[in-house]
Design a protein around this ligand. Sequence first.
Ligand code: NI
Length: 266
Amino acid sequence: MNKKSKSTHQLFDQNNPNMRLELFTWPEVEEYLRQCKGIILPIGSTEQHGPTGAIGTDALTAKAVAHEVAKRTGVIVTPTQPFGMAEHHLGFPGTMSLRPSTLLSLVHDLLVSLSMHGFEKIFIVNGHGGNIATIKSAFAQAYRTISNMGSPTSQSFQCKLANWFMTPEVFKEARLIYGDKEGQHATPSEIALTLHLEPSLLSKQCKLPPASPVGPIYDYKDFRQRYFDGRMGSDPFLATAKDGEKFLDKAASALSKNLLDFLEES
Ligand code: NI
């Protein structure tokens, strides 16, 4: 952080590689809060990712990016929320979805909990496009709740949504490597990141017939008919672990910068 940083947002310990909330004690969290009001909350999804992609792709990737951002910035990261809004993927076995209203309540409750301890800058690292609308709705609802709670600092409570796969750096790189074979679901970029994180997934990769073209999303039965094997216009066979490492670095560096800017913002 530069010298103009607000004292309340000074970073706790940039040399500590272990900024995982689950490993902190409460007195340590209290101490951290005296120096930094920021926290990272990763959210994924547990849903089909085509015939060769892991069900946990969106949670694995959100967690990895969030942990890397925590390491680089010294900001605490919470445990990863592995379930998201994946209603349209329910036609494929293994998918576990929260209804939008459930996810909204869940995110709302987590935000309100954090605000009660004095966290003011919540940075959500999201791995799934289907969560975006609901997470934004949860922000609006949490602002209202926290304001109604009458806390004198309610005005300083701010949430930011960071979709790692949509950062311009990652998006551009994915288009450059995969062109229109990047598609919109079970994309080679997200599969590449999982191959980097979990080498055992390499054994599942194989050549696939061309995917159904990208189109609309309705209910889960329609989705299964329209996108026969779960992919939307993508060719995940193009993914390599080496590219995955590059995507992790690009996402983490872009989001670390976004987070530090967010902490500085009034
Ligand atoms: Ni995904």
